[in-house]
Design a protein around this ligand. Structure first.
Ligand code: NDP
Length: 434
């Protein structure tokens, strides 16, 4: 930590991986060579740049842009862009580090990266968002490319932002290539990409449950967030017979004891993706409770899916979930559960899926978007969905392979970390001191 002062999120992510990977290295001499872990925690390249843009009043605004190119041992850097006022070097280094292991787990050839800005899209006009995206890409475009680094969306970066950035890249570089994923269908996007992270998370959950002969039928599910991941986790869980009773945003959560069905979810999608409103409006429309300033983890449930942001579920909340009979937690977001919360889940022997395994469906489908762009061909929804489903099953198996103890309990954190590490480590050993 002396090398990386003031980077608590990055330290947290590295610590969690080191805890499980160091004992594995100790007992597998092949991985003792070449300072592998020490190299993996050092980004290959960190870019930080000024992003000046004109607001609607004609005033110059300044934000900070970032791209962390963490590891390219197994493929071009790949990972999302986040636009949120909380973005800083520590947050993006934690996300880039996690991304390396996640991308390795997907079975596809993608290295790890992450980027973004402290720009806050909330309350900005479309015009301002476009101006910002164009300025951001004006600098970023010299560092990325379809065979170098392929960014995607994340918090605050959805279809609108990807479109503006793609347009600017194309204009400056004079090339139409798959340099970003999460593109619109009319200009190179993949079917099922918007759904992929949420669907994938629920597919992973299904795999965990079915290992004990359980399924989602009749299960009560709590979800946090109401953005891209939360919406499609809700959709897939509901399709599989579960009842989703909560969703949230940074102002609080709604509790709907009848469940958020397809019609109500359509309202949330319109509210969040088009009108860019607040989740409280759901409570007003359907006459249910809105609990301001709180997170949903005190609600009784069988399954919890944190899908908003990092460190949004602490040890107290974990204890409450366990006490209320929750049997499974699958992370849709990146690192939403604190280390102390994860410890509580492990102690209680309930299913716990870390984000790098359970939310890998998003980047996996981005990988499928890259393949389709290279082929200049599009697969159908069914084809992409089936590939996504198979990838999530494969990730689950890799976690079991490296995470199962002699009593049959699967530590998915350990399993995901070691499986992700092995592939990247093998490639780094083969490539020498780079
Ligand atoms: P969106 O921007 O679509 O939605 C984010 C949601 O989380 C919103 O409801 C937002 O509420 C809430 N939220 C964000 N920050 C905070 C905060 N600090 N406190 C409370 N609530 C917050 O993002 P995504 O759905 O794409 O991403 C959600 C999570 O999933 C992130 O951790 C992301 O890294 C992860 N992820 C996303 C993938 C993807 O494909 N999109 C892939 C893999 C992981 P509000 O509107 O009030 O800000």
């Amino acid at each position: 930590s002396a090398k990386n002062p003031h980077e608590p999120e990055f330290m947290q992510a590295v610590h969690e991986v080191a805890e499980t990977v160091i004992p594995f290295i100790e007992s597998n001499p092949k991985y003792k060579q070449g300072n592998l872990l020490e190299r993996m925690v050092e980004a290959e390249r960190v870019l930080m740049f000024r992003v000046p843009w004109l607001n609607d009043k004609g005033e110059i605004q300044v934000n900070r842009g970032f791209r962390i190119e963490m590891n390219s041992a197994i493929g071009p850097y790949k990972g999302g862009l986040r636009f949120h006022p909380s973005v800083n070097l520590s947050v993006l280094k934690f996300l880039a580090f996690e991304q390396v292991f996640k991308n390795s787990l997907t079975t596809l050839p993608m290295g790890g990266g992450k980027g973004g800005s402290d720009f806050d899209p909330k309350g900005k006009s479309d015009n301002e968002v476009m101006k910002f995206c164009q300025s951001f890409m004006t600098e970023l475009c010299r560092h990325i490319g379809p065979n170098t680094d392929v960014p995607a969306g994340d918090i605050g970066v959805g279809g609108r932002e990807i479109g503006y950035m793609f347009g600017q890249y194309k204009r400056i570089r004079n090339e139409f290539t798959g340099v970003l994923t999460g593109k619109g269908l009319s200009y190179g996007g993949s079917l099922i990409r918007p759904e992929a992270t949420g669907y994938g998370c629920v597919y992973f959950l299904q795999e965990m449950l079915s290992s004990r002969g359980e399924d989602l039928q009749g299960k009560v599910v709590t979800i946090s967030g109401s953005g891209n991941v939360a919406q499609y986790a809700c959709e897939k869980a509901t399709q599989l017979g579960a009842k989703v009773v909560t969703m949230s945003d940074s102002s609080g959560y709604i509790y709907d004891q009848d469940g958020i069905n397809a019609e109500k979810l359509a309202f949330i999608m319109e509210l969040k993706n088009v009108k860019r409103g607040r989740i409280q409006e759901y409570a007003d429309k359907y006459g249910v409770d809105f609990i301001a300033g709180k997170r949903p983890w005190g609600t009784k449930c069988d399954v919890a899916l944190p899908c908003a942001t990092q460190n949004e579920l602490n040890d107290k909340e974990a204890a409450e979930l366990v006490k209320n009979g929750c049997i499974a937690v699958a992370e849709g977001a990146n690192m939403p559960c604190t280390p102390e919360a994860v410890e509580k889940f492990h102690k209680a022997k309930i299913f716990f899926a870390p984000g790098k395994a359970s939310n890998a469906g998003g980047v996996a489908t981005s990988g499928l978007e890259m393949s389709q762009n290279s082929l200049r061909y599009n697969w159908t929804s069914e084809e992409v969905d089936e590939k996504l489903h198979n990838i999530m099953k494969d990730i689950h198996q890799q976690c079991v392979k490296y995470g199962c103890d002699e009593k049959g309990f699967v530590d998915y954190v350990k399993g995901a970390n070691i499986a992700g590490f092995v592939k990247v480590a093998d490639a780094m050993i083969a490539q020498g001191a780079v």
